[in-house]
Design a protein around this ligand. Structure first.
Ligand code: SF4
Ligand code: SF4
Length: 80
């Protein structure tokens, strides 16, 4: 089963360079063209499900604007 993840973009740091958009292997990041950050950039955003939490976007971001969260594994339940 594929890992699930999600990202949070810090709008105070994102400058809309789109490096994360190009780097995401799942193609689930885009720039939000309808929104501007306080600094006047179109920020990166998650656009659909499918994030695996691979962290590539956070690694390539030159401004450390992305935090990646991974879904915690559910504890296994023993069959009786
Ligand atoms: S963690 Fe990986 S899959 Fe998720 S948005 Fe970032 S690059 Fe894409
Ligand atoms: S790589 Fe970083 S600064 Fe560039 S668009 Fe993505 S989150 Fe914003």
């Amino acid at each position: 089963m594929a890992l699930k993840g999600t990202i949070e973009v810090n709008e105070m740091h994102c400058k809309g360079c789109a490096l994360c958009v190009d780097a995401c292997p799942q193609n689930v990041i885009a720039l939000d063209m309808e929104h501007l950050t306080p600094k006047g950039y179109h920020p990166a955003m998650l656009i659909s499900e499918g994030c695996t939490g691979c962290v590539i976007c956070a690694v390539v971001c030159p401004d450390a604007a992305i935090t990646v969260y991974r879904e915690a594994k559910k504890p296994r339940v023993k069959a009786a």
